[in-house]
Design a protein around this ligand. Structure first.
Ligand code: PEP
Ligand code: MN
Length: 342
């Protein structure tokens, strides 16, 4: 439920609404808007309380109108927060006019590999350097990542090249370690509904990019984001990275481009698209990156490796530095066509 106050409402009116909500054991959230304030009730309201509360709030002084929030997620919804949220990570702004490019290898493999990747990223105009240190691998025999050593390399290379950094965290007890080394925590597709991890990442207050699970509906995705917001973390990026494909013979996943404009409509959070995991094949990545920008994405994440053929993970979907450079110049043209910059 949301209570929109009139422009002329005074603090005493606002306080009266807050007290009426709290008197019923619910929490009230003040949401300042342009010229007026709204008060939201983010938690679920017991069914027998809904109508009486609606009536009681509607007649209080200074109240313009009261509305039920139809979505199961509240804090992530546009009904609660009308304006686009801008997530600012050390001056890199997600959700504004500029489209941010996140790039780098799937996994951190060595200092030299990351240094080469960072220089290529910077030359292409990317703002964020990625690299997995804790890797969620389907097989226990596959490369599991350099772990803490990988975080140290990413942190050092990010600093040396003036790039914001992002890396995945897979378990709650490692949130502090990963947050101590990188600027953005990535919660991977496989962990989208790892609730203890979401709670810990929420409590950390560190920026988080949450990836959509390959079988998750958009409501499930936004409810996972709601965990982060509910635990007082407002720096949340949503990442569409492809859903289970109908046909695996040609692509690894299906980048759900529909999700981009839908998420932009129903949520105020910035939306990132990841065509690398979305397609699984490097030659399809540029087309889907451009399509995602045209669809309204606020950022693109693409895997890029100095030498994809030697990559320890996801080489088949990784661009070369040259391919990234050429993608970026085409991406700028598409961005300009939709009133953005890159
Ligand atoms: C990754 O970004 O390298 C990754 C493992 O992604 P996802 O969680 O989307 O599979
Ligand atoms: Mn990968």
């Amino acid at each position: 439920m949301i209570v929109v106050m009139s422009v002329s409402a005074v603090e005493q009116d606002i306080q009266q609404v807050v007290s009426a909500i709290e008197a019923r054991g619910l929490s009230a959230l003040r949401m300042p808007g342009g010229d007026r304030i709204a008060i939201g009730i983010p938690s679920a309201i017991p069914p027998d309380l809904r109508e009486p509360l609606f009536q009681a709030l509607s007649v209080l002084p200074g109240v313009q109108h009261v509305a039920h929030v139809s979505r199961p997620y509240k804090l992530a919804s546009r009904e609660f927060h009308g304006a686009d949220t801008i997530v600012d990570v050390k001056g890199v702004r997600f959700g504004g006019r500029q489209i941010q490019m996140i790039t780098g290898p799937c996994s951190v493999e060595s200092y030299d590999q990351m240094r080469a990747a960072a220089m290529a990223a910077r030359a292409a105009g990317a703002t964020v350097l990625r690299g997995g240190a804790f890797k969620p691998r389907t097989s226990p025999y596959a490369f599991q990542g350099l772990q803490e050593e990988g975080l140290k390399i990413l942190q050092r290379v990010g600093r040396e090249n003036g790039l914001v950094t992002i890396s995945e965290v897979m378990q709650p007890d490692l949130v502090a370690l990963v947050a101590g080394h990188v600027d953005i925590l990535q919660i991977g597709a496989r962990n989208m509904q790892n609730f203890p991890l979401l709670i810990e990442a929420g409590k950390s207050g560190h920026p988080v990019m949450l990836k959509r699970g390959p079988s998750a509906t958009l409501d499930e995705f936004l409810l996972a984001a709601e965990y982060l917001l509910h635990h007082n973390n407002s720096k949340v990026l949503l990442c569409e990275r492809g859903v289970h494909p109908l046909d695996r013979s040609y692509t690894r996943n299906t980048l759900d481009l529909n999700a981009v404009p839908v998420l932009k409509e129903i949520s105020h959070l910035p939306v990132i698209a990841d065509p690398s995991h979305g397609t699984g094949i490097s030659r399809y990545v540029p087309a889907m990156a451009l399509a995602a920008v045209a669809a309204g994405a606020d950022g693109i994440m693409v895997e890029m490796h100095p030498n994809p053929r030697e990559a320890l993970s996801d080489g088949a979907q990784s661009l070369t530095p040259g391919q990234l450079q050429s993608l970026m110049s085409r991406l700028r043209a598409v961005a300009a066509a939709v009133g953005r910059s890159a």
